[in-house]
Design a protein around this ligand. Structure first.
Ligand code: IPD
Ligand code: CA
Ligand code: CA
Length: 268
């Protein structure tokens, strides 16, 4: 296996053990709000420190973009950047709602090359390497082959912090709830994307995400035979924060359905 992927797996499993230990007594966990509805705990910070320490031991010169500690670039010329969400689904975690994950991706010259998403509750490890396919606990996964959005189970994330897109979002939500087989909002974007890769969801959309919510999940979907894009159907989702993904047929219908609702606030 790719050594860089192996190191990321080791980092994710270490963070997972720490998160599992902390989840045994959530009443002890100190929570603070970074801004409205955006929470961080000492567990997020400790998990991130463990991940960074594990990566730095092997790759001291690589750049790192991590949710809680930001951007660090020990070597200005490094072509590699790790993109880390140490605990995706913090609100779920704080409430003891068992749907959260660790997400680690590696980009080389700006292109996603490695992906790890680890669900410590179910011990599910989703991995992908560029050109090498996507896996769940070492078994190959593929997107679903459901062809019609009318029969699709879609995942999404509700706007909860930046409300500029809420009207456009609700219009799309109304269309989708009328049209498809069901819409789910589990609360951890990285796992939602991994579930699309595994064929558990047929498609997904969310606006206003950060790169660490999407990077690993996007590579997983691509390597599982699916498609991801921003709202314009382009590949700028890591920068715009708006993502649509799915198996190729559902992806196209979902992207199409979103088009009439794109507003001035919500272009790409
Ligand atoms: C959040 C989760 C959630 C999504 C939010 C993210 P966090 O990440 O992925 O599903 O709707 O947009 O910010 O803050 O728990 O790491
Ligand atoms: Ca997140
Ligand atoms: Ca997080």
């Amino acid at each position: 296996m790719q050594p860089m992927l192996n190191t990321a797996i080791k980092a994710a499993r270490r963070a997972g053990s720490l998160i599992n230990r902390a989840s045994l007594d959530i009443s002890q966990i100190k929570v603070s709000a970074k801004q409205q509805n955006d929470f961080v705990t000492e567990v997020d910070r400790a998990a991130e420190a463990t991940i960074i320490e594990t990566l730095r031991e092997v790759y001291p010169s690589h750049a790192i973009l991590a949710e809680e500690s930001g951007d660090s670039r020990p070597d200005a010329d490094s072509e590699f950047q790790w993109i880390i969400d140490p605990l995706d689904g913090t609100t779920n975690f704080i409430h003891g709602f068992p749907q959260y994950a660790i997400s680690i991706a590696l980009a080389h010259k700006g292109a996603l090359t490695q992906a790890v998403i680890f669900d410590p509750n179910r011990n599910e490890l989703f991995t992908a390497s560029k050109g090498g396919g996507a896996f769940l606990n070492d078994k190959r996964i593929r997107v679903s082959n459901r062809a019609k959005i009318d029969e699709a189970l879609l995942g999404t994330g509700f706007p909860y912090r930046m409300f500029d897109h809420v009207d456009a979002y609700l219009a799309i939500f109304k269309d989708m709830t009328r049209r498809c087989a069901g819409v789910r909002r589990p609360g951890a974007a990285s796992l939602d994307l991994a579930y699309v890769a595994a064929g558990r969801l047929d498609g997904f959309w969310e606006f206003g995400l950060a790169p660490w919510d999407m990077a690993a999940g996007a590579l997983l979907i691509i390597e599982a035979g699916g498609l991801v894009s921003d709202l314009a159907g382009e590949s700028d989702y890591l920068n715009t924060g708006n993502i649509v993904g799915g198996n190729p047929k559902v992806f196209n219908q979902l992207l199409q359905a979103i088009q009439p609702h794109r507003t001035a606030a919500l272009q790409a």
